[in-house]
Write a protein that binds this ligand. Sequence first.
Ligand SMILES: O=c1ccn([C@@H]2O[C@H](COP(=O)(O)OP(=O)(O)O[C@H]3OC[C@@H](O)[C@H](O)[C@H]3O)[C@@H](O)[C@H]2O)c(=O)[nH]1
Length: 420
Amino acid sequence: MSSAVRILDKEGKEINSVGFQRFGFDCEVPLDVLRSLYLRKHYVKTIASSSESVKDDEEDSAATAYLSKSIYHADTQSISYTTLSRFPPVKLLPPSSRKRVLVTGGAGFVGSHLVDRLMVLGHEVTVLDNFFTGSKTTVSHWVGHPNFEMVRHDVVEPFMIECDQIYHLACPASPPHYQYNAVKTIKTSFMGTLNMLGLAKRTKARFLITSTSEVYGDPEVHPQPEDYWGHVNPIGPRACYDEGKRVAETLTYGFHRQDGVDVRVARIFNTYGPRMNPFDGRVVSNFIVQALRGEDMTVYGDGKQTRSFQYIHDLIDGLIALMNSDETRPVNIGNGDEFTIAEFAELVRDIVEKVQREDGAEPKRVNIIYKPMPTDDPQKRRPDTTRAKEVLEWQPRWTVRMGLEEMVRYYKAKMEEGSI
Ligand SMILES: O=c1ccn([C@@H]2O[C@H](COP(=O)(O)OP(=O)(O)O[C@H]3OC[C@@H](O)[C@H](O)[C@H]3O)[C@@H](O)[C@H]2O)c(=O)[nH]1
């Protein structure tokens, strides 16, 4: 994506960097640095015939010099991976401000963006992931870096390490994925959180769990503040996730009260952005992929149910602010811009057409079709973010439109190179 594309925030101001200095922790990073990690081409070079030789470093521009290279051989449809030549630059921090951070689920969509930010900021990061829904390619640009370690591990089993902060993200999060094996999902939420809290207790690390807006179930209060207890069907198909996260929160406060573990609880509302698995069945990825392919866009139910969508960088800002704050109560992290799913389908279709036109193609208008509503699908959802504003001085900056444009460009580039 060209850096000429300007991103404007909700007040019309240009966004050049994400993050901020807060609670003594500086998490500001230029947007272009992050973009170079997720909008880079997966295949740096494509050679038409395997007999052609590939010239190496002298061909590299400054922007791609430190990126991993994969050479795509179109004739044999094969790909050769080479090792990294140089890593993206990271801040040089004195040991007193360098943190040892464990990120469970660090190879997932949210985890990988958190890892990018923490790495660029100069911290030492260990990723734990079982790669059930995460993928090694999301963080492969850091493999081999002295500040980085990736461990294939399932949090259902105990894990020991010395660390200062634990971001506990590990759990499938898309409805088709978490319902695929309901018992495993609830086991991950319960035992995974128990193991990580045990680790936090032993190491005295600060522990942040990413909980979810799904703890509010199909809410009877709108928008949802943190002190709303929720309306969850304990035996429905979504219960493995909703109740799993609810018991994970209960465990977290149990360790906090009983053992003095220093805890943070983020309740994340619907989030989207680059690296979201295009096949995970969620509405944003489904709609964009369908529109880009010229297929029908599938709205479930009558499309009157609502969701409020936040862009990934806003979420990462919120998670880092919460981790470094003193707030131990749950905090909603989400964007209040609420859409019906039918409206959202039209918005995504418009944006896909706009991007196609900007790239010189004549878009084909796709149809919006209606499919049955999944069981227990919440009818409405919007975060009340008063607490985040008061205690973290955090509010989302990205408009849904700006974030969607960037995500459409990301999926479009991936499709063109054949990696999705
Ligand atoms: O192709 C689709 C996919 C989904 N939908 C609808 O769009 C809405 C949003 O669905 P998603 O699957 O993206 O996400 P949901 O809001 O149902 O669940 C999410 O909630 C918050 C997070 O914690 C979780 O990541 C996830 O469980 C739902 O009403 C769903 O029925 C469609 O209309 N069409």
